[in-house]
Design a protein. Structure first.
Length: 157
């Protein structure tokens, strides 16, 4: 497990600020997502599955973001590439090896959602948002698990 305050400050905040997409709501949503998906870094690859990184993003989701979102949001894509000091988007495997990149891609995934992110202090609403838009109705996670894992791995700021 990654120390939660260091993950929050050194990875999540800095990554989101670097691409001009930081908000307290987004920060808390990413903390909840990482707590639920990987127990805040305990898993970096899904056991018996294909999800990658601390946010356990599916390679298909990553490809969809690249093909169907960033190809139409060229300024954001260029900002991401500049921040990462890359000339093209890397393979999904980079989600495992680069926490900063994984946080950026998790934020971009949520950026595609038209519904606003719930208030940062409403963990129940954030867990519902996570379940609906990240884990989906087909995913194994529950809202109750997301809240419990947030409390266990992140706790209060």
């Amino acid at each position: 497990m990654i120390e939660p305050n260091q993950f929050r400050v050194e990875i999540v905040q800095k990554a989101l600020k670097a691409i001009n997409l930081w908000s307290l709501e987004a920060e808390e949503l990413l903390m909840l997502t990482a707590a639920q998906e990987s127990q805040l870094g305990y898993y970096i690859k899904q056991v018996n599955g294909s999800a990658l990184g601390v946010f356990q993003m599916m390679p298909e989701t990553y490809s969809d973001i690249i093909i169907n979102y960033l190809s139409h949001n060229v300024d954001l894509k260029h900002t991401i590439l500049k921040v990462l000091n890359m000339i093209q988007m890397p393979s999904a495997e980079k989600l495992v090896h680069n926490l900063f990149f994984a946080a950026i891609m998790c934020r971009v995934h949520y950026l595609r959602i038209k519904d606003p992110i719930p208030p940062a202090n409403n963990i129940l609403a954030l867990a519902n948002y996570y379940k609906r838009f990240y884990n989906s109705s087909l995913g194994a996670a529950t809202i109750e698990q997301a809240i419990a894992n947030y409390n266990k791995f992140v706790g209060k700021k």
